[in-house]
Design a protein around this ligand. Structure first.
Ligand SMILES: C[S@@+](CC[C@H](N)C(=O)[O-])C[C@H]1O[C@@H](n2cnc3c(N)ncnc32)[C@H](O)[C@@H]1O
Length: 294
């Protein structure tokens, strides 16, 4: 709790996730505790409460936390005073997930490229792309098709084992930055092509927005970025545990955000989006094409 002039501020965590829920609870506690200034900071971290939480800030001359917590509990949500709880940092479970997956299953999708990588390679060749960035490159099976067509390839990959597998199969010529795409940029190169296959849907809302912005920032003028992302029409949609809007935890710990045309427009619309194709591989995906112009 902190003092602020004559007012006090108390900060709570809650399991409220949506604007509608927040409005409803604001209305209830606003009526019950007139005189308090109350606001929410919603964040879709995708993780279960308490590590995933929204923030409720209450400001006023006299704040009694217990009745506020009780009122929010009665509305059907968890609520606690914010403490420095130790939760694994966002994304911290992903390196383990992918490390374990590559350590145990090695080249789990084989060495042939995904069909959409071949489509995008042809598209890049037609458009004279020479220098390609692949965020979430895995062990390099998709990079190889671009290399065979004379393009330079650079990857970003969170799993050290996947990077070692890439070196084993394709040599050290594919530069791979070890780390999370959430920490982009890893270099100051401008790429005329970016191909991001089956990665973006693994991220939460703010991470997806940052990835799109960071890729766009590393695109040279006239360059293309193409994302492959899972569709809401995929049979896996709705399986596992719901952890956010259109986002489910499944396959032993991985979280997937399922796209439709509306969410594609919303996320990529300001970043040169010009084509959305539906493609079927081992599942239903969207191929999302953007071009940097102007
Ligand atoms: C579904 S796999 C696709 C791999 C590769 N594109 C392919 O198809 O061969 C997702 C890849 O992204 C990597 N990855 C997951 N989260 C990441 C992150 N935050 N930053 C960088 N790479 C990540 C995983 O280790 C994995 O290699």
């Amino acid at each position: 709790m902190s003092n602020f002039d004559t007012n006090m501020i108390e900060v709570f965590t809650t399991s409220i996730r949506t604007q509608d829920e927040a409005k409803r609870v604001l209305h209830t506690i606003g009526n019950q505790f007139p005189g308090l200034k109350i606001n929410f900071d919603l964040e879709d971290s995708g993780r279960p409460y308490p590590c995933g939480h929204s923030i409720l800030r209450v400001e006023g001359a006299a704040i009694q936390p217990a009745p506020i917590i009780s009122a929010i509990n009665k509305s059907g949500f968890n609520c606690d005073i914010l403490e420095d709880k130790i939760c694994a940092a966002q994304g911290a479970e992903e390196p383990d997930f992918w490390e374990t997956a590559f350590s145990e299953k090695k080249e789990m999708w084989g060495l042939a490229p995904a069909p959409s990588a071949v489509l995008v390679r042809d598209f890049f060749v037609e458009n004279h792309v020479k220098n390609v960035l692949l965020p979430g490159i895995g062990y390099g099976r998709n990079a190889q098709v671009f290399r065979e067509s004379g393009m330079r390839t650079t990857g970003i990959e969170i799993s050290k084992t996947a990077i070692e597998l890439a070196a084993k199969h394709y040599g050290k010529e594919i530069i791979i930055h070890h780390g999370s795409v959430t920490d982009m940029p890893f270099d100051n190169v401008q790429y005329d092509g970016i191909f991001c296959y089956n990665l973006i849907h693994l991220l939460n809302e703010s991470e997806r927005a940052k990835l799109i912005q960071d890729c766009y920032a590393q695109l040279s003028e006239g360059g293309f970025m193409v994302f492959v992302a899972i569709s809401k029409e995929a049979p896996t949609y709705g399986q596992g545990t719901l952890v956010g809007k259109d986002r489910f935890e499944m396959f032993g710990g991985v979280k997937l955000f399922f796209y439709d045309r509306e969410s594609i427009e919303a996320e990529f619309g300001l970043f040169g989006l010009f084509e959305i194709l539906e493609i079927r591989e081992n599942n239903l995906f969207f191929l999302i094409k953007c071009r940097k112009t102007g």
